[in-house]
Design a protein around this ligand. Structure first.
Ligand SMILES: [Fe+2]
Length: 449
């Protein structure tokens, strides 16, 4: 066999193989970022919208129970809150919207399809949208119809269907996809790329009775993350990482199943990759923490739940050559109600309604827990529940420092202070031990190269 004759086609084949290999990993869309270098970029971060299709429930007892045993999410108003948020987007025209997971209440197929329609309306306004799944979104065994007195199991979606449904909202524009999860890399701007990390553990949900709440970044994904970071560096782009679960603890008592299981490994990895900012959701708490080593910092900015009081979202501004400015903004439900002549009484008084609803859910939750412990009198239980409900309103909104001293004089706090440690006491005390920082704003300067 004449090897020389074979060598040219063989070489072409090798070249083709290498080229196709590259294209599969990193397409040329890298070179075609829509936002050019040197431009300011505004990102909106709206997390845990937990959309619930109105077709999945009626005004019967089953939904009433479900709604009123929850954590303060306004599941009966997700449609309206997301539409009001879209009206905010129409008025403010951010460049990019990021949704770090829990797009639906419990992964109902119908809720996902409606959510995708809502995202289409946002994309049609010229906003690039990027989503990743949360722990509620895929193969969720809790997906239900709530009809009359009954809760009827309904279809959720698979991981492949998640990619299909949300294809225009990240996956289509991904310049690279991880082989082991739904993580992807996107380059919407020449200066800032998005590393969308899938931290949810849905693979065994099908055989479970409840969705897996905890999260992790699979160790098998680490090499891919390093490749993404290197590619970004070669292109002079900074990476913002996004994940559903917390990168680090946001509360020293409540963190199990909220913080990713391999937190320290991922922190080390991100520090070694010079990734400074992680945007997360899941815990429904407005809270900013950072980890520092050898003069390097990585921030975990947890934005609170869009559909729970105070119904806010993050606004992150990238100022070229200077840094990132994060603030929060509340959904302007009134403006949307006014614009659309909505007559619903709760929506017309939305701020108070949402606040009261959240407070009531908090109060009931702690009162029920105290009942189970049966250690306090009814008066004491009421006083403690009042104190914690009031504290939670501020805590979840990221403003605990404002209230911390007023709480010292409440009867509930005095009872807790004098009692032996138990979960509720530890939780309240954890707020006093927390960093006294403003969790609704931060300025993160760009690192000098
Ligand atoms: Fe979640």
């Amino acid at each position: 066999m004449n090897i020389k004759k074979l060598s040219l086609p063989f070489i072409i084949l090798i070249i083709l193989f290498i080229t196709i290999g590259c294209v599969k990993k990193f397409t040329c869309s890298v070179l075609n970022c829509k936002i050019k270098s040197g431009e300011e970029i505004t990102f909106f971060i709206a997390t845990d919208p937990h959309h619930l299709s109105k077709n999945t429930y009626d005004d019967g007892k089953a939904f009433d129970w479900f709604l009123n045993s929850g954590d303060g999410k306004l599941l009966h108003y997700t449609d309206e809150i997301i539409d009001a948020f879209t009206f905010d987007i129409e008025n403010s025209r951010p460049d990019i919207l990021i949704i770090p997971g829990d797009l639906t209440c419990n992964g109902e197929r119908e809720s996902h399809l409606e959510m995708a329609d809502k995202l289409k309306a946002i994309k049609d306004l010229g906003v690039h949208v990027f989503v990743i799944p949360g722990n509620h979104d895929i193969e969720n065994p809790w997906a239900r119809n709530y009809y009359g007195d009954e809760m009827i199991k309904i279809e959720s979606i698979s991981d492949e269907e998640f990619v299909e449904i949300y294809e225009p909202y990240g996956y289509k524009d991904a310049i690279s996809r991880d082989n082991y999860s739904l993580s992807y890399l996107a380059a919407p701007a020449e200066d800032v790329w998005l590393l969308m990390l899938d931290s949810a553990k849905y693979k065994r949900n099908k055989v479970r009775t409840a969705p897996e709440m905890g999260g992790e970044i699979p160790a098998k994904t680490f090499d891919w993350i390093r490749e993404c970071a290197n590619l970004a560096k070669e292109n002079n782009a900074q990476i913002i990482a996004v994940m559903h679960h917390s990168l680090m603890d946001h509360n020293e008592v409540v963190n199990e199943n909220y913080t990713i299981e391999n937190s320290q490994d991922v922190i080390d990895l991100l520090l070694s990759c010079d990734i400074q900012i992680v945007l997360s959701g899941h815990i429904h708490l407005q809270d900013i923490k950072y980890y520092e080593r050898d003069n390097k910092r990585v921030y975990d900015i947890a934005t609170s739940c869009l559909v729970a009081y105070p119904n806010q979202y993050g606004v992150l501004r990238f100022i070229p050559g200077r840094g990132f400015n994060y603030t929060t903004r509340r959904v302007d439900v009134y403006a949307w109600v006014w614009e659309n002549d909505i007559e619903d009484r709760n929506l017309n008084n939305f701020h108070k309604y949402s606040r009261d609803f959240f407070r009531r859910r908090s109060y009931d939750k702690y009162y029920d827990t105290l009942l189970e412990i049966s250690k306090f009198s009814d008066r004491e239980m009421k006083a403690i529940s009042e104190t914690v409900a009031e504290l939670n309103l501020k805590y979840f909104a990221g403003f605990r420092n404002e209230l911390i001293h007023d709480i010292l004089d409440t009867e509930g706090f005095k009872i807790l202070h004098e009692t032996a440690p138990f979960f509720i006491r530890d939780y309240v005390m954890s707020m006093f031990d927390d960093q006294k920082t403003d969790n609704n704003k931060i300025w993160i300067p760009t690192k000098s190269k």
